[in-house]
Design a protein around this ligand. Sequence first.
Ligand code: J7C
Length: 394
Amino acid sequence: MNENENASGNSTEEFIGLEDFTASAADQLGFSAGDRVVVHDKITADWWWAELGGCFGYVPSSYLHPGPAEVDDRWQDEEYFGSYGTLRLHLEMLSDIPRTETYRQVIVSNSAALRRKVVMDLGCGTGIISLFCGRLAQPAAVYAVEASSVAEHTERLVKLNGCQGVVTVFRSRAETLELPSKVDVLVSEWMGNCLLFEFMVESVLCARDCWLKEGGMMWPSSASLSLVPCQAHADYTQKMEFWESLYGLDFSCLQSVALKEFFSKPKFSHELAPEDCLSTPCDVITLDMHTVQVSDLEKLTGEFWFSIERPGTFHAFSAWFVTQFNSLDGGGTTLELNTGPHSEPTHWKQTLFMLDAPVTLEEGDCIGGSICLHRNPVWRRHMSITIEWRIKRT
Ligand code: J7C
């Protein structure tokens, strides 16, 4: 914590904005996530008197965090790598057939071009992609990099499957990795919910910058976030309409509380039915994995324009990701892993962002707007997502 003194000799403390706060009264001070706010007086537990850029006002204490220097583990690595040290998540990932098959297909369809190449499999887990490389292609070497303790099992799996001559396991975090040589191909399955949660992509970009040869290949080569306006009748009924009347009593005053509690955060693992999509999806953000920089990840924005093709109730936006794998020899086909509602279900499912109130839409109505993914300045594996939109009726 950064303690100082203000003009009247009282001590001040510097905090960091965790989320954007919009002032709703003249005596409040608005700030953005990441702003350094100087707190002069902790008036109550909830509201503090603070300063930003020479302006003063009340700020909600729950939106602030002691400066980043105060936080030991902004990456929450102990918990993160701890959870990948047991089999539970690996079971979930390996059971996901579209996911695992796509990577297998990428190796198979590039097997000729992989001959004598050096490959890095970053965040290899149990080593499935490395084993595909070792068994289905003839690379010069595969560096299987894994930071969690599952790497001990990966070593055994490599031997058990006769790949010890070609696959070497490095139990290391990507950021502190030491390899015998640079690599021709960097393959990784790094995608999280809404593409970016976990922000493992930062580790992939660090490894790319240190270890990928000039002109080397990234798999996936690009990754996009898709969005669609949709119906979500069941979620709306179970969490909002529920409060209208209970056992003959009026509970409707709890609807605003329910809105805040259930709908202010995205719902992961939503299974969006194709018939609940009100429009054709739109790619709102695309990362070119060869060129995107870590600093670009702080704030990603995209725009959308949907034309309603199916009349219905607009309850929510839903998001998912699509990744592309370019062919190594340039001439072959680009393979794709699509986690959307029109493809085979994956363990990522879709993400749901509920609106405050549903809107009835007719065919031909349009929804235009923008999305902003704002990386949390303190908790580096997290982000907040803001969607702004307007409806244009026919
Ligand atoms: N260095 C090495 N391994 C990592 C790193 C890193 N910086 N970050 C994540 N992993 C591993 C993690 O232990 C797990 O086995 C896998 O990569 C995560 C896959 N997560 C995902 N969302 N696809």
